[in-house]
Design a protein around this ligand. Structure first.
Ligand SMILES: [Zn+2]
Length: 443
């Protein structure tokens, strides 16, 4: 057997060892670390840095332009350089910034989210440059530096493309994966490609009233009123429906499903209401696929045990389903609480993304998945989390979210958590996948 070129592994290790941790407060960001990271990236991918035109974006964001034979259908490949902080108490099996190579996996923060993609994209480009390949279409690489804190780099990269008159044919960012153990009873991995993402809204519920001494309480004070509002909200989930992308996913995996389930899955569209009820019944994860979710997260009241709160507050985090709007959800919350003395304010809001079409560009992604991951079933889905790619929907109707890495359930759960790790073979197949994608761009 020919030995595989494994140099991408060392590159990933070098970059994981530089802890580019994002912070919401700009004063807390270690900018020297980000500087070091960009120096290391240039060392690891010398040809890419020599031959592609680079525009610095915001503080440490990068936008590379690789001129193709045509600029008619430019594509944008995205990844981000920053990572979320590490919880010091989390039981990592291997130190989060050591990038240890153990059991044929690289362990560390950012291996999956999102330095693996960064390295795979850059290594694919580097190896094509070594062979003097010119892509059929213009290729832009957009690497954000503050994705994890919803920062400014991605919108500024979009502004730069607008300034240059670039209308991408498609944009590809993190999100989906070659997901193993995605559905019980389905052995085949599913190559899930995000065609849309849920929106996000945060609300504050606030009740003001007379505080005072705990020895002389009145009925329905701020805390009791807030508690009633929370219970009412908990009893009023939003309406459910199975999104079209999920129906398509079921249709595609039907042939691989257990025999008893096949007819149901193949006819998912016709039994949509039954299917939706089944997804809701199967647990919170699958229920979240079918509706806007509302979660009460933070709570505050009196600072002292013997003082009645004059103000009680609750934070509410909402993930807005494609098809709903933030304003519509706020209306729902107001009606559910049904109490004018509970003030509702919107702290942040991002509408759900448009749904990208499944046309020629989507087919190219599917075909490329088929070439590298022969057993995987490519399928569309709606992402639950927000990515930088949402800003690109302003300039491009085909925005897809997919990382070409096999991921187990445990690996998916390690993202933003602990024990994040990426298999060596999975990284190398990821490099192959991006290379195949770049070589497969249509003329
Ligand atoms: Zn990410």
């Amino acid at each position: 057997m020919p030995t595989r070129d494994t140099r991408a592994v060392g590159k990933l290790q070098a970059l994981v060892r530089i802890p580019t941790v994002s912070r919401r407060d700009p004063d807390l960001i270690d900018t020297a670390t980000f500087d070091d990271f960009l120096v290391e990236l240039a060392l690891q991918f010398p040809l890419l840095h020599q031959r592609l035109e680079l525009t610095r974006i915001h503080t440490h964001g990068l936008l590379f332009h690789w001129r193709g034979r045509s600029d008619r259908r430019p594509v944008v490949l995205m990844a981000h350089l920053d990572v979320v902080p590490v919880d010091e108490d989390a039981p990592w099996q291997h130190p989060p910034f050591a990038a240890d190579l153990v059991d044929d996996h690289v362990w560390g923060r950012g291996t999956l989210d999102d330095k693996g993609s960064l390295v795979a994209i850059c290594e694919a480009v580097e190896t094509l440059l070594e062979r003097d390949v010119t892509p059929a279409q213009d290729v832009w690489l957009s690497f954000g530096c503050d994705e994890e804190v919803m920062g400014r780099a991605a919108p500024q990269a979009v502004a730069e493309l607008v300034r240059r008159g670039v209308r991408p044919w498609f944009v590809l960012d993190e999100g989906g994966a070659i997901a193993h153990e995605a559905f019980p009873g389905i052995a085949a991995p599913i190559g899930v490609i995000g065609v849309a993402e849920k929106g996000v809204a945060s609300l504050e519920l606030r009740v003001d009233g007379r505080g005072g001494h705990a020895s002389t309480p009145a009925r329905m004070g701020p805390t009791a009123r807030l508690a009633r509002a929370i219970v009412r909200l908990d009893r009023s989930p939003m309406a459910t429906s199975t999104p079209e992308a999920l129906l398509e996913l079921f249709r595609r995996i039907a042939p691989r499903a257990p025999l008893a389930l096949r007819p149901l899955m193949a006819n998912a569209a016709r039994i949509r209401p039954v299917l939706t009820r089944a997804l809701v019944a199967a647990g919170p994860e699958t229920a979240a696929l079918t509706r806007t979710t509302i979660a009460v997260t933070t709570l505050s009241g009196s600072p002292a045990l013997n003082v009645i709160a004059s103000t009680a507050r609750a934070g509410v985090n909402i993930r807005v389903m494609v098809g709903d709007t933030v304003a519509g959800v706020v209306d729902h919350v107001r009606r559910a609480i049904d109490d004018d003395r509970v003030q509702i304010s919107v702290v942040e809001q991002i509408e759900p993304s448009p749904v990208s079409p499944r046309d020629e560009a989507f087919a190219l992604l599917e075909r490329t998945i088929g070439e590298v991951f022969v057993h995987a079933v490519p399928a569309p889905y709606v992402m639950m989390a927000a990515t930088d790619s949402r800003f690109f929907t302003e300039i491009c109707e085909r925005v897809y979210r997919f990382a070409p890495f096999r991921m187990t359930k445990a690996q998916r759960e390690s993202i933003h958590s602990y024990d994040e790790h990426l298999g060596v073979d999975d990284l190398l197949d990821g490099v192959r996948w991006y290379r195949a994608l770049l070589e497969g761009l249509p003329r």
